[in-house]
Design a protein around this ligand. Structure first.
Ligand code: GLU
Length: 258
């Protein structure tokens, strides 16, 4: 299976903003093992701005554009250093791909991106994708990595998109404030009722909430790709999803009629 795994900042970092080493190590080990089992993995990783802010000793995540871009320039290095080291321990080679909205919208650039991605997979490398935050200004930004991961899944012709988050999946309401909120383990169609569940708040660390995840589900499932939202605080959840054990919320890809 070709699998795109999206990891958000809230999964990668402690509440202090510093990297959650135990979790990142477990995630890299699990993804390495899935690769050893014959799956192709493409990782879409956030964390550049957060890790850069931490490394520069900034007190909080920056909000103005030049500071964000400077933090991303520092953090992206750090992120790749960590992935290179950890995946390298299990014999896997990582490759960095940084994209902006323009790279996806322009046909020539999109073709170049796809050619590189496919060749990296043929070479057995593990592409690690992020938005090119150091140059992505308002006009050309993809904006959030839920959307980016769905775009990557479509362009990679993936079989499965997994969004690892700090929530278990989709509920009919906010489980922190609504005791009667029901957990939805499977979503077969993105009805207006389902889409309206995305109106809550995002987590404190990341940029995306449920809205961007449902938007990603629309992009992925309409291209026939299954998508699962699951809690990344337990990295072995990746085995459960890939091996077909129910967990998280699964959105079924719309199969093309033959
Ligand atoms: N590209 C951003 C970063 O690496 C994250 C965007 C997101 O998490 O949605 O910090």
């Amino acid at each position: 299976m070709r699998i795109v795994v999206k990891i958000g900042t809230s999964t990668l970092a402690h509440a202090t903003g510093k990297i959650n080493l135990r979790r990142v190590e477990e995630l890299c080990r699990t993804m390495s093992d899935l690769k050893n089992a014959g799956h192709e993995i493409i990782l879409v990783s956030s964390g550049a701005i957060g890790m850069g802010a931490g490394k520069l000793g900034l007190r909080s995540r920056p909000s103005d554009m030049p500071s964000k871009q400077a933090a991303a320039a520092v953090g992206q290095c750090e992120l790749m250093y960590v992935y290179d080291k950890l995946f390298g321990e299990y014999g896997h080679t990582v490759a960095q791909i940084l994209l902006t909205g323009e790279d996806i919208e322009d046909d020539t650039r999109r073709t170049n991106f796809r050619n590189t991605l496919f060749r990296l997979l043929e070479f057995g490398a593990l592409p690690v994708v992020n938005e090119n935050d150091t140059v992505a200004t308002k006009e050309i930004v993809i904006g959030d990595n839920d959307t980016l991961s769905a775009v990557v899944a479509v362009n990679a012709e993936a079989d499965l998109l997994i969004l690892l988050s700090d929530v278990d999946g989709l509920y009919t309401g906010d489980p922190r404030t609504h005791e009667d909120a029901e957990f939805l383990s499977e979503v077969k169609a993105l009805t207006p009722e389902i889409l309206s569940l995305g109106e809550g708040e995002g987590s404190a660390l990341g940029t995306g909430g449920m809205r961007t995840k449902l938007h990603a589900a629309e992009t992925a499932t309409s291209a026939g790709i299954d998508m699962v939202i699951a809690n990344g605080s337990r990295p072995s959840v990746l085995y459960d999803i890939v091996e077909g054990r129910p967990c998280g919320t699964k959105f079924s890809g719309r199969r093309k009629e033959i």
